[in-house]
Write a protein that binds this ligand. Structure first.
Ligand SMILES: N[C@@H](CCC(=O)N[C@@H](CS)C(=O)NCC(=O)O)C(=O)O
Length: 288
């Protein structure tokens, strides 16, 4: 025998809540779309050949919490390309940060962005390198982008639960509370898929140590990974190492570049001073 559920108070309450949430969801979606299309018009008016770099808000000690955003911004400066920064919509067409808008075209993925900029602006930061050295630096770049990244985020968000990282950001109290809750679980799942998440914290630190040692050995006594002159690979290495240097305060991960392999810390400072003379003004809040 069927009873008429629509007359039950619990049923009415649940359907009202579901309907209310659905309306809020639809309104939020529309508002988001509207905001994005308004901003899109603004970005298209940035000027011909002016890159709009979309990234997270700046940090207290480092210009970004995303190593890939630091990488792209470093490249833009090295290649003398005009750019402006947007932090309202940090996630782009591939659902990742950073991304760029160039002459109305939206593009994601730091490496693809750099390739596009190289083609469009006809820049070559590597013309002082022979083919063999270029190939060696490409493996250094891959190590930084695809390997350093994983031990940094696995430690930062999961193993350390954002404790050290949050000291380096100017987040609101609300974000300080919810950020670790979401990130810890999310990165744990991703790190397991990637593989690094199956190791113990000591083993992960061991991987971080041997990777930093290898990078310090490749750098040797040179000022940059490109030798006396900077190279495209320096953008990636700086982007990743900047996270250890400035976004892991008072931690054994920071010590990797400040104490254990100080040539890497000196390299970070050299890059900062050469490419970002305005570094302290860019920080949030700015440091004079
Ligand atoms: N391969 C991409 C990686 C970008 C990336 O993973 N960015 C992170 C921030 S550092 C992100 O957006 N993560 C969000 C997510 O994976 O959902 C690139 O080179 O740009």
């Amino acid at each position: 025998m069927w009873s008429d559920l629509s007359n039950q108070p619990a049923f009415v309450a649940v359907t009202s809540v579901v309907a209310g949430l659905s309306v809020i969801w639809v309104f939020r979606k529309i508002a988001k779309k509207h905001k994005r299309s308004k901003l899109r018009k603004q970005w298209s008016n940035a000027g011909k050949d002016v890159v709009v770099l979309h990234q997270f808000v700046r940090g207290k000690y480092c210009i970004n919490l995303s190593p890939y955003a630091v990488k792209v911004e470093t490249f833009l400066r090295l290649a003398n390309i005009k750019y402006i920064v947007d932090s309202e919509i940090p996630f782009g067409p591939k659902g990742k940060c950073p991304w760029i808008t160039l002459n109305g075209e939206e593009l994601g993925d730091s490496e693809m962005i750099i390739q596009k900029l190289i083609d469009h602006f006809k820049v070559d930061l590597d013309n002082h390198l022979d083919t063999r050295r270029k190939a060696q630096l490409e493996t250094v770049r891959i190590t930084a982008d695809e390997f350093v990244f994983w031990f940094v985020v696995t430690w930062r968000y999961w193993l350390d639960g954002c404790k050290s990282f949050l000291k380096s950001q100017s987040f609101s109290s609300f974000l300080n509370f919810v950020f670790p809750l979401f990130m810890k679980k999310g990165i744990k799942v991703k790190a397991r898929y990637q593989g690094i998440g199956h190791h113990t914290p000591d083993e992960i630190y061991g991987i971080a140590k041997s990777t930093c040692r290898a990078l310090a050995d490749v750098l040797g006594d040179d000022p940059y990974f490109g030798g006396e002159q900077l190279s495209t690979a320096d953008c990636s290495v700086f982007g990743q190492l900047s996270q250890l240097m400035w976004n892991a305060p008072d931690s054994h991960y920071e010590a990797l570049v400040t104490e254990m392999y100080p040539s890497l810390g000196a390299y970070c400072n050299r890059m900062k001073e050469k490419i970002f003379p305005d570094w302290y003004k860019l920080l949030n809040p700015p440091m004079e």
